[in-house]
Write a protein that binds this ligand. Structure first.
Ligand code: SF4
Length: 403
């Protein structure tokens, strides 16, 4: 995928990261926790001979438990949480409570974030301050979960299963150590190791586990519940659709109309998509969705010229979104739209038919997290653990313009 381009850690061999996880799992003094991204559950099966898009959520959990992880959490949970944090930020920008510019940009794709830091650093104030769902869950595993379980954060080893190679760079960013400050420890990373979907498949196979024969298992509680609004983060347009479902409710205190639950104009593989949504009390909210970084440039140029009509823009580095990430199974080479579409269809099928809840504000474990720990979206503690800042990297560009 394109994200490899932005990943200086690509040189780290896959074997190194698998070894680190194997070592942690064998260490009886470590409590090893894992989270799984929305997009891996519609692709992992391809490594075991299943058709593209086969939904293996429960089998993936079963495989992780068999591998010996002490807790299996869902990045969908923190995607739901992101909606609270990012939606609240958007409402504050629109209402003028904070003086950051519109349109707000999504910040959950590290490939996109780094692209903006290099080529459009003047637009960084548009970037949501929210960390990605992976980094949010990482910070919570070593604070909230550690506290609930009575485990010292330095005895927790935190692993993420991601469709993405750029996530390895993201977790290594110096500022992704909010746990340090909170736990008054040093050298604690919010997430310790990322395994791509392909690396997980290799680990599963190396232990002689056959994914096909596993019975479905469920995520662990505390941070394992999710709604399908969190799940659709895995496809282009999904973050935006999830945000609109919840923003409507957070603003109007009413359930969103059926049409907003299936926002078809921003679904599918077209490079740049748009929608306009009427929210009582706010007016028409205009949104855009962009995937593939080459499609981002014209949109960003329009923002630069102050000609962009949108309030909120979703950017994803990989064509199709995370289902097409650089760490996913290479079921077709080069990656084909047919495989991407099969994975997308599987996610929307689960959204419509498998998940019981479709709106982030229905996630009871997220509500409990606010009640017991964070207090409110964008609270002081939420800012400390779940938000971040960005760096102008344009000076690091080594390409000489006159060369
Ligand atoms: Fe990673 Fe997803 Fe961004 Fe691709 S779209 S770089 S998989 S976060």
């Amino acid at each position: 995928g394109q994200c490899t381009l932005w990943c200086p850690t690509a040189a780290i061999t896959e074997r190194d990261d698998i070894d680190k996880v194997v070592k942690a799992l064998a260490d009886k003094n470590m409590h090893v926790v894992v989270q799984t991204a929305p997009a891996t559950r519609v692709a992992l099966g391809e490594e075991f001979g299943m058709a593209p898009g086969t939904f293996v959520e429960g089998k993936q959990v079963a495989a992780l438990k068999k591998l010996g992880f002490d807790a299996v959490f869902d990045t969908n949970f923190s995607a739901d949480l992101t909606i609270f944090e990012e939606g609240t930020e958007l409402i504050k920008r629109i209402s003028g409570q904070i003086h950051e510019p519109l349109p707000q940009f999504t910040s959950c794709c590290p490939g996109w974030v780094k692209f903006c830091e290099y080529f459009y650093p003047d637009l960084l104030p548009h970037m949501s301050t929210c960390k990605s769902p992976q980094q949010m869950l990482g910070a919570l595993i070593k604070t909230y979960y550690a506290k609930e379980k009575g485990i010292s954060p330095d005895k927790i080893f935190s692993v993420s299963i991601m469709p993405c190679t750029a996530k390895k760079f993201e977790a290594a960013r110096p500022e992704m150590n909010s746990v340090d400050k909170h736990a008054k420890k040093t050298e604690l990373r919010d997430v310790d190791v990322i395994l791509t979907t392909r690396e997980l498949a290799r680990l599963i196979k190396s232990k002689g586990i056959d994914l096909n024969s596993l019975q479905d298992e469920k995520y662990d509680s505390l941070m394992g519940e999710s709604t399908s609004a969190g799940l659709i983060f895995g496809v282009t347009g999904g973050v935006m659709e999830a945000a609109i479902r919840s923003s409507y409710f957070l603003i109007t205190k009413q359930e969103p109309p059926e049409a907003l639950l299936n926002l078809t104009p921003i679904r599918g593989l077209k490079g740049c998509k748009e929608a306009a949504v009427d929210i009582p009390g706010v007016g028409t909210v205009k949104v855009a969705v962009v995937h593939g970084l080459s499609n981002a440039r014209p949109v960003l140029e329009a923002v630069r010229k102050k000609e962009a009509p949108w309030h909120f823009i979703e950017f994803m580095g990989c064509p199709g979104g995370c289902i097409g990430g650089g760490g996913q199974p290479r079921t077709s080479l080069p990656p084909s739209d047919q495989v991407r579409q099969a994975r997308i269809d599987s996610i929307y099928n689960a959204d419509a038919h498998i998940y019981a809840k479709r709106k982030s504000y229905e996630n009871k474990e997220v509500l409990a997290l606010y009640q017991k720990f964070l207090e409110n979206p964008n609270s002081h503690l939420a800012h400390e653990l779940l938000h971040t800042h960005y760096t102008d990297r344009s000076k690091l560009l080594t390409v000489k313009k006159d060369a």
